[in-house]
Design a binder for this molecule. Structure first.
Ligand code: MG
Length: 407
């Protein structure tokens, strides 16, 4: 059998305690179990291998106290297709080297022989292309590792932090995982290293180098970062946040004046010598804002969601209409950036109530005040508002929505 037809297994090393990524004094949750955009890092890492038809077996190595965490993590990626290839986890040693060895021994016990990839659980961004390069390198080399060029110059330092020398940067490379090996050779090298009392190798290529094997390289991937420090998690979270696009919606509403002693504007009761004729409380500001939000969402209009013929809305407080539209934005994974309204009427005077209206809209929409605007104008006694027959409101809503629907 040619080596490039050999079966491919991957050992995912998830036994570490991840102390460097710990925040504050909290007992550190190992970083491979921390949530990244809602899913454990380990689950996202395993996804890449589960998705690859090239990978026949996946052997995860976990810490002895992490069995529950492991079960929770993989419950988010267990499809029948995944379960068939995911071997029961092996329990790791106290060092990374010991953990890899445990994974290799578990594969050996399962009768595996072929090509093995060894990958750190804290690298959840393995691309299909990188995985393909690794498998290809495994077809032609007994040991190969992904390398990226260094952006920073590297110095060798002495114990006091003084520079001893500057190795030429062109001769250096940053090494990632997955590293790929002929399984039998890597297992033999690990067993020899353990027998020799060595447990300090930080990657598997180093074990092979120590065993006298040649280690080839292939092109790594800068995106394949190892989550190490708290800021790495913040950047990774950003990477997984869907791109958003802005939407602007407009709304317009009118109500005719009728019998009464108050009107509602923006959820605020304003004493007046007339009321408005309406099925609900006739709040033109909240109705226009509701339509502006529904417009930004392209989800019909207020009359479709709250039928005027429905007795439930007789005399209803209109804050529930706006709250509904706000909730729809949230359900779509979106965010309201700004709400702007203009009230058009000769009377009542809006000015004295402007601050209260603004605060009430901000409260209903759960927005800070500086994202809510309320303005008012007369019509210079022209037209229906100018003749005092009723009042009107125009509204604009600026919303950002995920470009792709949220899963
Ligand atoms: Mg209305």
């Amino acid at each position: 059998m040619r080596q490039d037809e050999a079966e491919v297994a991957v050992v995912v090393v998830a036994g570490g305690r991840g102390m460097r990524a710990a925040v504050g004094d909290a007992p550190p949750l190992p970083k491979q179990y921390r949530l990244l955009a809602g899913r454990p890092v380990l689950a996202r890492t395993l996804d890449a291998f589960i998705a690859s038809p090239a990978v026949a077996l996946i052997q995860t190595v976990i810490g002895v106290e992490d069995r529950e965490r492991y079960n929770t993590a993989i419950s988010t990626c267990l499809t029948p297709k995944a379960s068939a290839r995911l071997l029961p986890p092996a329990v790791g040693g106290t060092t990374r080297q010991g953990s890899v060895r445990a994974g290799l021994e578990a594969l050996a016990a399962a009768g595996f022989s072929g090509i093995v990839l060894v990958h750190d659980a804290a690298r959840p961004f393995v691309s299909e292309a990188l995985l393909a390069r690794a498998v290809a390198a495994g077809g032609t080399h007994r040991a190969a590792i992904p390398v990226t060029p260094l952006a920073d110059t590297v110095k060798r330092l002495d114990a006091s932090g003084c520079v001893v020398e500057t190795p030429p940067r062109a001769e250096l490379g940053a090494v990632q995982t997955p590293q790929v090996f002929a399984f039998a050779d890597l297992l033999a090298a690990h067993r020899r290293a353990a027998d020799a009392g060595r447990d300090d190798f930080t990657d598997d290529a180093a074990v092979m180098e120590w065993a006298g094997e040649n280690v080839a390289t292939f092109v790594g991937d800068r995106g394949n970062v190892k989550l190490t420090h708290p800021e790495d998690f913040a950047l990774a979270e950003e990477r997984l946040t869907p791109p958003m696009s802005p939407r602007v919606g407009q709304g317009y509403d009118v109500h005719r004046f009728g019998e009464g002693d108050h009107v509602w504007l923006g959820g605020v009761r304003i004493p007046h010598d007339r009321g408005v004729i309406a099925h609900s409380d006739g709040d033109v500001v909240l109705h226009a804002l509701t339509d502006a939000l529904l417009g930004a969402l392209a989800e019909d209009d207020i009359g479709v969601h709250f039928k005027p013929s429905d007795p439930r809305w007789r005399g209803a407080a209109s804050d529930q209409f706006l709250a509904f539209a706000v909730e729809r934005v949230r359900a779509r994974g979106g965010r309201i950036d700004h709400l702007d309204t203009t009230v058009v009427c000769e009377t009542p005077k809006v000015g004295p109530h402007r601050a209260a209206i603004r605060a009430r809209i901000a409260d209903i929409a759960r927005l800070p005040l500086d994202r809510v605007s309320i303005k008012a104008t007369t019509s210079e006694r022209m037209g229906f508002t100018g003749r005092g027959e009723g009042l009107a409101a125009l509204a604009m809503a600026t919303v950002v929505l995920p470009v792709e629907p949220v899963r």
